[in-house]
Design a protein around this ligand. Structure first.
Ligand SMILES: Nc1ncnc2c1ncn2[C@@H]1O[C@H](COP(=O)(O)OP(=O)(O)OP(=O)(O)O)[C@@H](O)[C@H]1O
Ligand SMILES: [Mg+2]
Length: 354
């Protein structure tokens, strides 16, 4: 799918804006604090169902009661319209092709995107939670079952943890914990398998992208999660860790503790990579996603690069641009000399040149 147009009403610093996009590269250019990332955020919100920064209520323009995003996308066979209405003090409402959507998971993956910004460095640098988020968003975009499985897992996990904390009487907890152990094992094992498969698939593409952009450095990614073959084995593991879980008041075993190990030339990138190497590694993981989504859906997702070019040296920048020719791309920049394709100038929440 390619994003054909976007309309914003009272979204961040846009009172009213409407823009048509090119199916190739779209360069959003403007000085700092004009609304480049806000526009990207609107696209992300419509496609993923949440923001990459801030809370939902912060998205409505200051002093306004409601705001909206309308995004149109199409490919050779179909057209899609996603409309998000944000209201102060109420839940957002989402419409797809004019029909109300009850679950946000139903929108996810309709217009697959891959987003990268300097902030995504946290993917290689920060806690495992970031890498779990990466796996979850990516797998969910092409696998709705996974998305719902994940929310089921989180609910069961929450219930098990509540039970562990509910009473100091161990016998009472032991009476019912088996129900939760079985439920958690059934969902947990499926999540772990999906993630292992995903990382295995992404690994060679990430290595290829990294070698290409950095001119030769190899990147190795490995799923570091639960290695369990059957639900019985999973339940046995939970039973074994019961004493510890009961003492701590939460579940210590399961995919909610998963991670991905990332090595550059066989050295852990988190601890030893330079800023540039870490950035290239994170970017390579994202570029690998392009290929995975293409494999699964038959077409490339939309690539969004927020403020990425200013952070790379000229050679890496040139090499990155080669990837953008595969798919519809959005680039934000303060520097007009980095612009490619359709140029959209942004000044104080207003768009020019469309
Ligand atoms: N809810 C809101 N209502 C009105 N304005 C807002 C709202 N939220 C953020 N802004 C304003 O939007 C402005 C533009 O933000 P944005 O992050 O899009 O800038 P940018 O063009 O990406 O800048 P940079 O080049 O520094 O990244 C900010 O200065 C901020 O004050
Ligand atoms: Mg910005």
């Amino acid at each position: 799918m390619k994003i054909t147009s976007l309309k914003l009403e009272n979204f961040r610093n846009y009172t009213h804006a409407q823009v048509q996009f090119s199916p190739g590269v779209n360069s959003l250019v403007g000085k700092n604090a004009q609304g480049k990332t806000n526009l990207i955020e609107a696209i992300y919100f419509a496609c993923i169902g949440k923001s990459f920064r801030g809370k939902e209520k912060e998205l409505i323009s200051w002093g306004k009661e409601n705001g909206s995003i309308t995004l149109n996308a199409s490919n050779q066979i179909r057209q899609k319209q996603i409309k998000v209405i944000l209201q102060k003090g109420a839940k957002k409402s989402v419409k797809m092709d004019g029909i109300n959507i009850r679950r946000i998971g139903d929108v996810l993956g309709e217009v697959p995107i891959v987003f990268f910004s300097p902030d995504e460095l946290k993917l290689v640098k920060d806690s495992p939670e970031e890498r779990r988020r990466f796996m979850n968003i990516d797998i969910s975009q092409t696998n709705k079952k996974y998305f719902y499985l994940l929310s089921r897992y989180e609910k069961i996990l929450d219930n098990r943890n509540k039970l562990l904390k509910s009473t100091p009487n161990k016998e009472v907890v032991l009476e019912t914990i088996d129900i939760w152990n079985r439920a958690i094992a059934s969902a947990g094992i499926k999540i772990a398998k999906e993630r292992a498969r995903f990382v295995e698939k992404i690994a060679p593409y990430a290595d290829m992208a990294n070698k290409y952009i950095s001119n030769g450095e190899s990147l190795r990614v490995e799923y570091c999660g639960i290695k369990i073959e059957s639900e019985e084995q999973y339940v046995a593991k939970l039973e074994k860790s019961f004493e510890k879980d009961f003492k701590l008041g939460y579940t210590t075993f399961g995919p909610h503790r998963d991670d991905i190990d990332i090595y550059l030339n066989d050295v852990e990138v988190k601890n030893f990579g330079s800023q540039g190497q870490q950035r290239t590694a994170a970017l390579s993981l994202k570029l690998a996603e392009l290929e995975i989504i293409k494999e699964r859906t038959g077409e490339y997702p939309v690539l969004i690069l927020d403020d990425v070019f200013s952070e790379l040296d000229a050679e890496r920048r040139q090499r990155l641009l080669k990837f953008t020719s595969r798919c519809q791309t959005f680039i934000t920049t303060t520097d007009e000399s980095f612009c490619e394709g359709k140029i959209i100038k942004i000044q104080n929440g207003k768009l020019e040149n469309n």
